[in-house]
Design a protein around this ligand. Structure first.
Ligand SMILES: Cc1ncc(COP(=O)(O)O)c(C=O)c1O
Length: 372
């Protein structure tokens, strides 16, 4: 028995008899027939995700976007309505907008923290889906998952929660009532910036539809990517603990620093303390507004960093910074960005596992340059 999961690369599987193969095809016997239908390494990863997200099943995909797309199409038909958080990840926003013209699926975007408004819009539009992120990007606003799941139940909608920013270490949305929990495993689950993948964790009922659909969509996880994500899971709780400690310490320091106008992080120092988290950890993501900084000032800040890496991802062992106005929210006009609170001086930090002092000193030096 190997102590690490092997990477299975076979495209197809042979059996002693055709009868046996027929039984596997019919799902009467456990086994694999063809790589697009299932793979043992991918299955091992799916079992592990279901365990950490406390769901019956999980289905892996080739990317986070593939998982989000699969989740939405599995519970919508042409003419259906979607109620979505207005500050979803940019590509999810764009996907939903494109579905209006391509698939006849209309989306209403709402402030997901305004529960009265969410309920009103849900009653008005009778959505098939309500979709939100546990922690939003880049404003780090925390969704009241039990309240959103309850509203979805009231109007007969399926709730989809993107748990990428939080990770299952911090919260397991299915335990709070979410129907479909999606992840970009490219982030905290993989954890080392070297894999691309997605996953949906859910009940058996949704999983069987998703599995049949996955065979046709073909947006499957590669065995190697699933293996890297499975290996990442082994250290996820240690990484997220350290990343959370670093993020919290940076947020507390910034909250008291006059060069910072505002810091977004759910901790007592900032007064942003939602109560959906099961652990002390609040995640590795924070964002902050550099006082009086224009786009040039933010560029100077990023170019002066020597430890933190300006890069378009998050959840890595290295601290990463991102300028939303230039990257994740580039497709929005300045007015659209400002309307949802993404200012020109906003920077996102994904705290890594380095020593806190090293991260702080790097940011401190870069802030001195940016605000000189
Ligand atoms: C919250 C969130 N969901 C989904 C995605 C999409 O993931 P992927 O790039 O793996 O497709 C991202 C990517 O940054 C993300 O930040």
């Amino acid at each position: 028995m190997p102590t690490a999961a092997p990477i299975h690369v076979a495209t197809a599987y042979s059996y002693e008899s055709t009868e046996e193969l027929d039984a596997v095809f019919a799902d009467n016997s456990v086994g694999y027939v063809y790589s697009r239908y299932g793979n043992p390494t991918v299955r091992a990863f799916e079992h592990a995700i279901a365990a950490v997200e406390k769901t019956e099943e999980a289905i892996a995909y080739g990317s986070g976007m593939a998982a989000i797309h699969a989740a939405i199409v599995s519970v919508t038909a042409s003419g259906a309505h979607v109620l979505a958080s207005q500050d979803l990840y940019g590509a999810t926003h764009a996907l939903l907008r494109s579905m209006a013209t391509r698939n006849g699926i209309e989306t209403t975007f709402v402030d997901i923290l305004d529960l009265d408004m969410v309920r009103r819009r849900a009653v008005e539009t009778k959505p098939a889906v309500i979709i939100a992120e546990t922690i939003s990007n880049p404003l780090i606003r925390v969704t009241d998952i039990p309240a959103i799941a309850a509203i979805a139940d009231e109007v007969g909608a399926v709730s989809i929660i993107d748990n990428t920013f939080a990770s299952p270490v911090i919260v397991q949305p299915a335990t709070l009532g979410a129907d479909l929990v999606v992840h970009s495993t490219t982030k905290f689950i993989g954890g080392h910036g070297d894999t691309t993948g997605g996953v949906i964790a859910t009940s058996g009922k949704h999983a069987s539809t998703l599995r049949e659909q996955a065979k046709l969509l073909g947006a499957l996880a590669s065995p190697f990517d699933a293996w890297l994500a499975l290996r990442g899971l082994k250290t996820m709780h240690l990484r997220v603990r350290q990343q959370s400690e670093n993020a919290r310490a940076i947020a507390e320091w910034m909250h008291a620093d006059p060069r910072i106008d505002r810091v977004n992080y759910p901790c007592p120092a900032t007064g942003q303390v939602p109560d959906i988290f099961v652990s002390e950890e609040r995640g590795g993501l924070l964002s902050f507004e550099i006082r009086a900084a224009s786009r040039d000032g933010v560029f100077r800040f990023q170019d002066s960093l020597t430890l933190c890496v300006p890069a378009t991802t998050l959840g890595d062992v290295y601290s990463l910074v991102l300028y939303p106005a230039m990257s994740s929210h580039r497709a929005l006009s300045r007015d659209e960005r400002h309307a949802i609170g993404i200012k020109d001086n906003l920077v996102r930090l994904s705290a890594g596992i380095e020593d806190y002092e090293d991260i702080r000193n790097d940011i401190d030096r870069a802030l001195a340059v940016a605000t000189a």
